[in-house]
Write a protein that binds this ligand. Structure first.
Ligand code: FES
Length: 115
């Protein structure tokens, strides 16, 4: 079982690049990511609900051009940042797997221990 992963709040910019981290419980190469949207951090397993590939070809680039949706670089599925639900594309109706995340006193904590 893994513990929490922490980041500095200032390193996670609104609708900016996401921060990646390892998710060892899902395998040696599995990753997750956290993005900030409308002020809040949201973390998910970095695995498309269509085909199990990472969403970001270019590491950290999770938002689409308009910065409203999390997008899969492979076939363009769009996910709502707040819920991880696929709203457009080949996996419509499915969702990313959320990972509990909290933010307090300038620290973002991804709770892999509660995942
Ligand atoms: S692999 Fe993500 S949309 Fe197809």
């Amino acid at each position: 079982m893994s513990d929490a992963v922490t980041f500095k709040s200032e390193d996670l910019l609104e609708k900016g690049n996401g921060l990646r981290f390892a998710v060892p419980v899902l395998g040696p190469h599995a990753t997750g990511f956290v993005v900030r949207f409308e002020g809040k951090p949201y973390a998910y397993v970095n695995r498309c609900a269509h085909v199990p590939v990472e969403l970001d070809w270019e590491h950290g680039k999770f938002f689409n051009m308009t910065q409203e949706w999390i997008i899969c670089a492979t076939h363009g599925a769009m996910y709502a940042p707040q819920t991880g639900r696929c709203v457009m594309g080949p996996c419509q109706g499915k969702s990313l797997s959320p990972i509990p995340v909290t933010e307090e006193a300038g620290v973002i904590k991804v709770h892999l221990d509660q995942f």
